[in-house]
Write a protein that binds this ligand. Sequence first.
Ligand code: GTP
Ligand code: MG
Length: 605
Amino acid sequence: MAAPMMRKGAALRSCLERSCGLSRRSPVFYKFIRRCTTQASNSDTVESSESEISSHADNGVPRPGVDLRRFSDIQEERRQEALRSVLVRHVGKATEDELTKFCSHFGEVQNCFTYGNQELYTLLEYKSRGSVHSLLNTSHFRSILEILPYRSRLLCFRTSNWMDNASRRPGMGEMTADQKFSILATKLCAAQSMEEQMQILVRETQLTEGETRLRFLVCSLVEDAITGYFPGCIVHPFGSSVNGFGNKGCDLDMYLNLNVEQHRTKKKSFPRMEYEVRTVPTERAATQNLLSTVGQSLAEFVPSCRQLQYILHARCPLVKFMHEASGIQCDLTSNNSIALKSSELLNLYSRIDPRVRPLVYAVRHWARMHHITSSMPGGWITNFSLTALVIFFLQYTDKPVLPAIDALKGLADKTDTCVLEGNDCTLMSDLTKVPPSENTDSTDELLLEFFEFYSNFNFKNCGLNLRTGEMQEKKNFDALYIQNPFEQQLNLSKNVSMHQLEKFVQLAREAAWMAEQPDFLQPEVGSKGGVTPWGLVSILSGHNRRKKRLMDQKEFTPIFDSIKSGNSKRNVGPRIHLTEPAKFKSVLKSAKSRADKRTKNGNRR
Ligand code: GTP
Ligand code: MG
């Protein structure tokens, strides 16, 4: 089935180009081809895509190496681990062994993660929660005169000779971003293929098991502090800490859930008795008051929470702070349940196909290196929007790698039903129901196709709809329009300025151009034995970029004018030559075989 469909697509393309003068680069052309090939394939097979999905669902598609549990179950297990854990600072010469031996007096220690340079910390998980209570009951305050006796699961452990404070480990100091990249680049350059480079990037930059646990523990410590006011509240991590795309050192987005929904839906068995409460003018005012109070108590009582900043007038009010013991920058929000659902959606996509994570990591890293994304408020593209761009590309590509959200909803069962703030946020949770993609492109091919796709996207007139996996007519003048998947009347990239969008397109074009250069996959051995950046490293570091800037400066200006005017065909003067999507693979393959030959000749590195 796959091969004839491809041939039909190719024939249609050249026919359209010849007879209608339509450029292959036009999204309209792309969409037309896609529609035609889909219809053709549907007429060949009686089965609709819906029935294909259900037939696969019956078989249960295996996904080796993927955690198939529900997102909510994974989160709950992590939460329970965090509740059985303590975070301990080592004072003086105290070692991990000494600490573990001491803590074992209170129960079986299940896991230990030690980190830090100048100061050592250990995250220690007990087998049962009772052991944590025993440990806390034995711990004491060093003095009760000049402190507020706040009991938390952040402790410090001293050696028997605890006055000896002089032997702290020498600090290695924080590496600069450049130093970190140079270490990473060396590892990437030593890979055998660009695909392997993308795998290495994930391995080297993703959150480790210890870091993930630490994030859940920090949420749990903050929750301890708030539980006094609001018994039963839960602090959930969301964003990149849990969506499958987290990087070492990313911020920790927290959502304080007061479990109001539970009270709303609770059956009123004694309707005459109710809580006496204070009233507030609006829900937003309630959130602002809550965060302001919580922030103040974190600053006053909770050890390690420092540098509090109140950003209460933002669209989504939040409190920022630094959790010093973990070194994690935290953003605490409330009344933000849809954001947690968005993280579940991204997490689901990260597990559906093994190519998604390497692709998103590469694009996110590329964007960070070129300052396209920023966590600062402003016109930048956020990592969330950028990930949505990758997902849309994978939904829209000739043979979709990822299903549309509506298709995922179609696979949901009764227990998946979810309505948040009046929005239907239902998603399926059983990953084995999603049929595998027929797209066989390699991860590096997809990365280059991604750059190609957005180099030529008609952002002026088209918006992105992840629910249908189709383009949609733009409803306003926002530079970038990505329909919010759960609050469908909103644009999730409303903040993005035209300038930042232009920068994104320019850099995508440069990346695509780089991939066409003869030395893209052929590293040259430098005169001093060093290796010239190649493959992913060229794209990340912008190697060759200056050369390209000088060559093409004149050609970019009319292209950006055309993005603004929405007529990328007519207004463009001399066009940059970019390889057509179909040719990308052959460019990559011939570059690969040239590189292979070099390796065989012993010319490589
Ligand atoms: P990092 O940059 O690694 O922290 O990635 P992230 O995915 O955690 O992004 P970020 O911390 O910027 O945002 C956290 C969450 O806030 C996301 O998962 C979204 O739910 C929400 N969010 C972030 N940016 C946007 C945006 O531009 N629009 C909307 N609607 N929500 C956003
Ligand atoms: Mg984040």
